[in-house]
Design a protein around this ligand. Structure first.
Ligand code: DLL
Length: 432
């Protein structure tokens, strides 16, 4: 079943022509209307008329997450503020957020991408879909919410947390599909077991749409077998818009809407395109975005483009499951956390010394982050109450900046490892 068969099954040559036309219009627009893009292109010695074929895209400069921070909040926007109908905010590396703005058309294209994706996994107006991604500044909740409404499904906007209640609602309302992080579904499965709930017997749940963090084929097998459901990978980033693309019923790669996004895969060491089908870092150009365009954005996710046409008949480009990132960003319960953000938070606290370690673990399916911090000798006290108060204050500050709960362990000065070369301050013990 297709949402827009004409576009989704368009012959590849025609799609390429369409992409080139969109790219040329986009480049001309940003060159003429935005200082950042105009300056970057002039520095690189490239003009809009130099883009004559899709391969000419390599002449354009890359864009990095750092640019989003440097030009925060709205200097990368290419429409007047009055045309912006929504903001979403994602965490940056130094506690400073990155802001994405959307025009009405941007929201419509986002919804349309999701409508195509949800249709490709068989979601229809017969479905009741529980959206258990965070609602608010994060794109997961609202993104899935409106996308599912477009296909006519009934949305249960349950957000995150309150797992027992979520399970009761799932049973009472006959929820057929859930959208959440894979780790949350594992947790939900555990809680359900404790409550004596058998998904096959007690619920109508048949599909789970899982993403916002890496997960594996092993986790898929475990969830599908123990819950009697089918799982689908969903991918997207706040810079692109939010969650957008899923696998189809074939579950053999994530379909990208080629008419709205152009994907390159490069070698992160050389910045050059990899050979067809080889793994590398994904570089994204959003062909139709109005408020906040993205041109050759280094998304840092590692994947490859699938060469063969999918059995489902869609000719749209497909990427493989994301296996990791070429930078140090951690994803804790679906929230992006950079080690540098942790450092930035700690360094605001006068009692904290300059050594710390971040330990990430998975406890009963949920990610936990513990930060061991050295305390300056003069700040150490024999009074347990003082130390507890300091620990609580650091935990409070960390939660405020990072948006995830952090357990702080206070360490005496000189007790944490020192590094001669590059510091290795993150121990990630999660077994995916
Ligand atoms: O995580 C958007 C999203 C919401 C996607 C809900 C899917 C479902 P950000 O917070 O900007 O946006 O984080 C984007 O998360 O660059 C990847 O590293 C990672 N990521 C997202 N989906 C997947 C996935 C949302 N299916 C960053 N597999 C991306 C692996 C994923 N990693």
């Amino acid at each position: 079943m297709f949402w827009n068969e004409e576009i989704e099954c368009m012959p590849v040559d025609e799609l390429k022509k369409l992409q080139l036309k969109e790219l040329q219009t986009l480049i001309k627009h940003v060159y003429e209307n935005n200082e950042f893009y105009g300056n970057r292109m002039r520095e690189q010695g490239v003009k809009p008329e130099d883009i004559q074929t899709l391969d000419d895209i390599v002449k354009l400069p890359f864009m990095y997450k750092q640019d989003l921070r440097d030009f925060y909040p709205t200097k990368l926007f290419t429409v007047p503020n009055t045309d912006v109908v929504r903001y979403h905010v994602s965490s940056g590396t130094t506690g400073k957020p990155t802001l994405v703005g959307y025009t009405r058309n941007d929201i419509d294209y986002w919804n349309d991408a999701l409508a195509r994706s949800l249709t490709s996994i068989g979601i229809t107006s017969d479905d009741i879909i529980q959206v258990s991604y965070g609602y608010g500044l994060f794109t997961g909740g609202l993104g899935l919410h409106y996308g599912a409404e477009v296909v006519g499904a009934t949305v249960l906007p349950s957000g995150t947390g309150g797992t027992e209640r979520q399970l009761e609602l799932m049973m009472d309302l006959g929820v057929t599909a859930i959208a959440c992080t894979p780790s949350y579904l594992v947790h939900m499965n555990d809680v359900a077991k404790k409550m004596g709930i058998d998904f096959r017997r007690d619920t109508k749940l048949r599909k789970a749409i899982l993403g916002a963090e890496p997960w594996t084929a092993g986790m898929r097998k475990h969830l599908e077998e123990s819950m009697g459901i089918k799982t689908y990978d969903i991918y997207g980033t706040s810079e692109m818009a939010g969650p957008m693309y899923t696998e189809c019923e074939e579950c053999n790669g994530i379909h990208i809407c080629g008419d709205i996004m152009y994907v390159e895969i490069i070698d992160p060491e050389t910045d050059l395109p990899v050979k067809p089908g080889e793994r590398g870092e994904m570089v994204v150009t959003m062909l139709k975005k109005e408020a906040f365009p993205l041109i050759r954005y280094r998304i840092k996710d590692l994947t490859c483009l699938r060469e063969e046409v999918c059995k489902c008949g869609r000719t749209s480009p497909r990427i493989d499951r994301i296996t990791g990132r070429s930078d140090d960003m951690l994803i804790i319960r679906g929230i992006n956390v950079f080690p540098s953000q942790v450092e930035h938070t700690l360094m605001q606290i006068p009692e904290v010394g300059d050594q710390y370690m971040i330990i990430v673990e998975r406890e009963s399916a949920l990610d936990t982050m513990t930060v061991q911090v050295e305390i300056k000798p003069e700040a150490f006290s024999d009074k347990v109450d003082d130390m507890n108060a300091l620990k609580k204050r650091i935990e409070h500050e960390a939660k405020k900046y990072l948006n995830v709960a952090v357990k702080i362990e206070l360490m005496p000065s000189g007790s944490l490892p020192r590094f001669e070369g590059k510091a290795k301050r993150v121990i990630d013990r999660r077994q995916l």
